[in-house]
Design a protein around this ligand. Structure first.
Ligand SMILES: C[S@@+](CC[C@H](N)C(=O)[O-])C[C@H]1O[C@@H](n2cnc3c(N)ncnc32)[C@H](O)[C@@H]1O
Length: 189
């Protein structure tokens, strides 16, 4: 199977749904508002690299390198393909296959995780050194693949011990037959 056919076979179109893309645009907007810059940003549970694609395309958040980590080996070639423009630029972007609940080498100054509900333990968060900046998203969506369910923003915020909270907010998505809320914290662990 060539790479294009492999990608069409593997790709989960939910990654491009309004709830996913809208949440990541919201992340970009709020992260850009902090005026932070980053030498090295890690994205945990980075899936197909859409967060990185949006951040890098918008070009408003100054970041030297983004590395995306996902447990699922199918994600790495897809994320690299979507972000090829930056893979090509001295590895400004690179995806890797990795369990973020295990040791993650390197010293990122920012860790983004928009997949918190999919992680089966808090190990990934506990391993992030204190003082590291973080952007975390979760939601109240009941789903068989979700290990964490946050009833509301307060419950989500209380799940993650953060020293400084720069932003905490909620974005509601309402569709004709269902609705859910996405929660986000931007801060310093
Ligand atoms: C369905 S996706 C992303 C959903 C999320 N709302 C988003 O768009 O970012 C969740 C991803 O988390 C990944 N994941 C779950 N546990 C992980 C772990 N321990 N380490 C790395 N990736 C993990 C899964 O493989 C999957 O690709």
């Amino acid at each position: 199977m060539n790479i294009q056919n492999y990608i069409m076979y593997e790709i989960n179109s939910d990654a491009f749904s309004s709830g996913q893309v809208g949440s990541k645009i919201w992340l970009c907007e709020e992260l850009e508002r902090t005026k932070w810059t980053s030498n090295l940003t890690y994205i945990y549970g980075g899936w197909y690299g859409v967060t990185a694609f949006l951040l890098l395309s918008r070009g408003k958040f100054k970041v030297d390198h983004i590395q995306s980590f996902d447990l699922d080996p199918a994600c790495e070639p897809i994320a690299d393909m979507i972000n090829e423009n930056w893979v090509w630029q001295d590895w400004k972007f690179k995806a890797f296959t990795l369990d973020c609940n295990s040791y993650v080498r390197g010293s990122p100054d920012l860790v983004i995780n928009t997949s918190t509900e999919h992680f089966d333990s808090m190990e990934w968060f506990n391993r992030i050194p204190k003082g590291t900046r973080v952007v975390l998203q979760g939601n109240n969506m009941p789903h068989e693949d979700h290990h964490v369910h946050s009833a509301d923003l307060k419950a989500f915020v209380n799940s993650y011990p953060i020293t400084t909270i720069n932003y905490a907010g909620q974005k509601d998505f309402e569709y004709p037959t269902w609705k859910f809320s996405r929660f986000m914290i931007i801060g310093v662990k």
